[in-house]
Ligand binder design. Structure first.
Ligand code: AMP
Length: 196
């Protein structure tokens, strides 16, 4: 069966980890714009060169660049029967762009999973991850700026999807399995047979 999903939540809520689990359950690709940008930065592509300074500062990459990247990725054959977007859309303009893309294909989103957690707990989590993984874009200043940008720019997009009745809230604090089970239950309740 197909599943067109979005996972959203503040930085540090565990989106990437949970995205991988959900994607394997539904046999759909987990598409993380952050990962794609990081890969481009690492490879020194023209896109990576444009994105690097913005990412290092905790700012967003411009919508036109991001939208184009997602258009290309969703056109790949593995996304034909579904996808899980992680880190996109992040602005209202990106929501509108995605609406247009899906409408062109006659597709619709099934569910938006919102991971919910206390901000201070998330900042602690991110600082720990930065140490463990040596992520250059994760300084304390950048982490705080990212939380702020998230609240300003991305929290409003959740309201748009809430109005459409697509959002399920999941408590993001807890072990990976515990949170994964909550997501599976929430998706099952929405008629998507997850078996995480
Ligand atoms: P993430 O790993 O999802 O937290 O993304 C890391 C960084 O990549 C963000 O702080 C942004 O600079 C950039 N980025 C990722 N996704 C987007 C997006 N949808 N729109 C704009 N910038 C993005």
């Amino acid at each position: 069966m197909s599943a067109r999903l979005i996972i959203v939540g503040p930085p540090g809520a565990g989106k990437g980890t949970q995205a991988g689990r959900i994607a394997s359950t539904f046999s759909i690709p987990a598409i993380s714009t952050g990962d794609i940008f990081r890969k481009n930065v690492a490879e020194g592509t023209p896109l990576g060169q444009r994105a690097k300074a913005l990412m290092d500062a905790g700012e967003y990459v411009p919508d036109d660049l991001t939208n184009e990247l997602v258009r290309d990725r969703l056109a790949e054959s593995d996304a034909e029967h579904g996808f899980l977007l992680d880190g996109y859309p992040r602005t209202v303009a990106q929501v509108e762009y995605l609406d247009g893309l899906l409408a062109e294909q006659g597709d619709a989103l099934d569910v938006v999973v919102q991971l919910v957690a206390d901000q201070d707990a998330l900042v602690d989590r991110l600082l720990q991850r930065a140490q463990e993984q040596g992520r250059a874009d994760d300084t304390e200043e950048t982490i705080r700026r990212r939380q702020q940008v998230y609240q300003e720019q991305t929290a409003p997009i959740v309201a748009v999807y809430q109005e459409r009745g697509l959002v399920v809230d999941v408590d993001a604090l807890g072990g990976v399995d515990e949170v994964g089970d909550r997501i599976a239950d929430a998706l099952t309740a929405r008629g998507l047979p997850a078996a995480v």
